[in-house]
Write a protein that binds this ligand. Structure first.
Ligand code: F3S
Length: 409
């Protein structure tokens, strides 16, 4: 990979040890992926803010970088922590685990990373523009910013995101390169209606079937909301390697099918109808119905509009005794919910608002939940492994009904 004189100097350590370490990793990555050069990035979003991901080694790495005076040089946000940083005791987090996560959170801020602790920074905090190069690692966010904003990032692993943020550059390969963003599979939707429950199912299909190929979707609903698209992208990224999908007429690089396909013919064309979605949805569940003891909402982190909708769906009813209903979100959204009176009303309905973390990142095995209802394709994918529960996937409305009845019909 070509390096400028300044970059060569960084690699030799002329501009400090932390830049040397970061540049060393980036050049090896670039050489491995046959990148031609480094490109400047506009922002980064890191995942090693979670103790579940970072572990003790992550604390050691960040301590070393802080002691070397490392600082992020571009706007950088961070993913959820592995605990609710303020109310971790309520989540039954072991004290030693919480202590380590709190230490990690402190180190994150010392590196000049905005302590956002959210997987949806693209909604209101870290909002890219068309064509921006980024170094982001949260997989749902990667799908969102590539597909909706036309920004450019690969799905980076932990520490590549941080080292890119320190240097302010990333090797130019993969989705940073125009030709590699070409759609090669044409996905035609043959559906008379698409409801909120369908988006994560469609995402799961794309994740499982596309592997690393990029689809362009024809006949996609024009009225899709940002919240629906984020649910779809999250499910796709959790089920497979999805990092972007073109939506004809919505993705900035896909004003037409021809533009998304970059003038070529698709290598494959597939049609998705209701029977395709029904069979994918069946496979997203480990139970078809029955008693539930946890209803998990807010994956990716709930927006203020989703919180308002959830409140409406309760229609003045309460969560059944013995059932937990959690909405995972970030502190900015929670403070809006406080101001709107949503938090107080949700709490009165028996809902727990979980901030800074989520049911997947926090260690919740001690709760000994057995059956989870969720409206998230990503939770449905990960919860059996991470939380040791059976899962029923359904719409937000079906999940609220199951919270009230204690049973998913
Ligand atoms: Fe976010 Fe946790 Fe889901 S990090 S995308 S709420 S698994």
């Amino acid at each position: 990979m070509f390096l400028s004189k300044e970059e060569e100097a960084d690699l030799k350590g002329d501009r400090g040890e932390s830049r040397r370490i970061a540049m060393n990793v980036l050049t090896r990555l670039g050489d491995g992926f046959e990148a031609d050069r480094l490109v400047p990035i506009e922002s980064a979003h890191i995942v090693e803010s979670s103790y579940q991901i970072a572990c003790d080694a992550g604390i050691e790495i960040l301590e070393r970088l802080v002691s070397l005076g490392a600082r992020c040089s571009v706007p950088t946000t961070c993913d959820p922590a592995a605990i609710d940083l303020l109310d971790w005791k309520d989540l039954r987090i072991p004290e030693e685990y919480a202590r380590k996560q709190l230490k990690l959170a402190e180190l994150v801020t010392k590196l000049n990373i905005a302590p956002t602790f959210t997987c949806t920074p693209y909604h209101n905090i870290n909002v890219p523009k068309f064509g921006d190069h980024l170094a982001w690692s949260e997989s749902n966010a990667v799908v969102y910013v590539n597909s909706i904003f036309g920004a450019r990032t690969n799905r980076y692993p932990a520490y590549v995101d941080l080292f890119a943020s320190i240097v302010g550059k990333i090797p130019r390969f993969g989705l940073h390169v125009e030709e590699n963003r070409k759609a090669t599979v044409l996905v035609k939707l043959d559906l008379t209606s698409v409801g909120d429950v369908d988006y994560p199912v469609l995402g799961t299909y794309l994740g499982l079937e596309m592997k690393e190929r990029i689809p362009v979707i024809h006949n996609f609903p024009r009225n899709v909301s940002g919240d629906e698209f984020k649910a779809m992208g999250a499910a796709g990224a959790a089920a497979g390697a999805l990092a972007m999908c073109h939506i004809e007429g919505l993705t900035p690089e896909a004003r037409t099918l021809d533009e998304a396909l970059q003038g070529d013919k698709p290598e494959e064309t597939v049609t998705i109808d209701r029977s395709t979605l029904d069979s994918v949805r069946d496979n997203m569940c480990t139970l078809s119905g029955g008693d539930v003891d946890i209803v998990a909402l807010g994956c990716p982190h709930a927006s203020i509009f989703q919180m308002g909708r959830i409140l409406d769906l309760f229609k003045g009813r309460r969560v059944k005794r013995g059932v937990e209903c959690w909405i995972c979100t970030n502190r900015l959204t929670k403070s809006l919910a406080d101001d709107l009176g949503y938090s107080q009303r949700l709490r009165a309905a028996g809902v727990r608002i979980v901030c800074d973390t989520c049911c997947n990142d926090a260690p919740i095995k001690d709760w000994e939940f057995k059956a989870m209802a969720t409206d998230s394709g990503k939770f449905a994918r990960y919860a059996p492994i991470n939380a040791g529960v059976d899962v029923i996937y359904g719409s937000t409305e079906e999940c609220i009904e199951s919270a009230v009845r204690g049973r998913f019909e």
